[in-house]
Design a protein around this ligand. Structure first.
Ligand SMILES: [Zn+2]
Length: 166
């Protein structure tokens, strides 16, 4: 009887794994970099952990914030595009990056079709969370003390981004 029950549990476990893998294949193949298709990517935390480094996982999946002045891009002035570290969707460009003095990469605008804003009331503050439209990864927050022409400051974690030179 015990063996019979174990066999059933094992069968269920195996079908779960197959189901998860099937989902992965039907959404997007991360091997081919598509930087503009916003078709949703759904992955389990376990799957994200396998493809992201610790910092990127902490920011994108756990909605963490890197310490100021520690990230790779806060003072990057090169021309190019900032892509999502999770799914390679184009999110920000160097044209809208500005020196904010905050220690995080700051932009006054986003690639509108690819970056989504959602309200975030955590930590007793009313803020707008900035997320990737394709993988729902957490990128940072947006504030209304930015420069012209938008007056916005997208405060983004370097760990959530991948910069590619022009
Ligand atoms: Zn993404």
């Amino acid at each position: 009887m015990k063996i019979f029950i174990s066999a059933i549990i094992l069968t269920i476990l195996i079908s779960c794994v197959n189901y998860a893998e099937g989902n992965n294949i039907s959404s997007v193949n991360l091997g081919e970099v598509n930087t503009h298709d916003t078709t949703k990517i759904k992955k389990s935390k376990k799957q994200w952990k396998e493809i992201l480094n610790d910092k990127a996982y902490y920011v994108l999946i756990e909605k963490g914030t890197e310490r100021a002045f520690t990230g790779e891009y806060w003072n990057n002035v090169n021309k190019g595009t900032y892509y999502c570290k999770g799914c390679q969707l184009a999110l920000f460009t160097s044209e809208t990056k500005f020196k904010s003095g905050t220690g995080w990469p700051s932009f006054y605008d986003r690639v509108k079709t690819n970056v989504k804003l959602v309200s975030d009331n955590s930590f007793g503050m009313i803020r707008s969370e900035v997320i990737c439209k394709r993988c729902d990864g957490h990128l940072g927050h947006v504030f209304d003390d930015g420069p012209k022409p938008t007056g916005l400051r997208y405060c983004i974690n370097s760990a959530a981004l991948e910069f590619i030179d022009e």
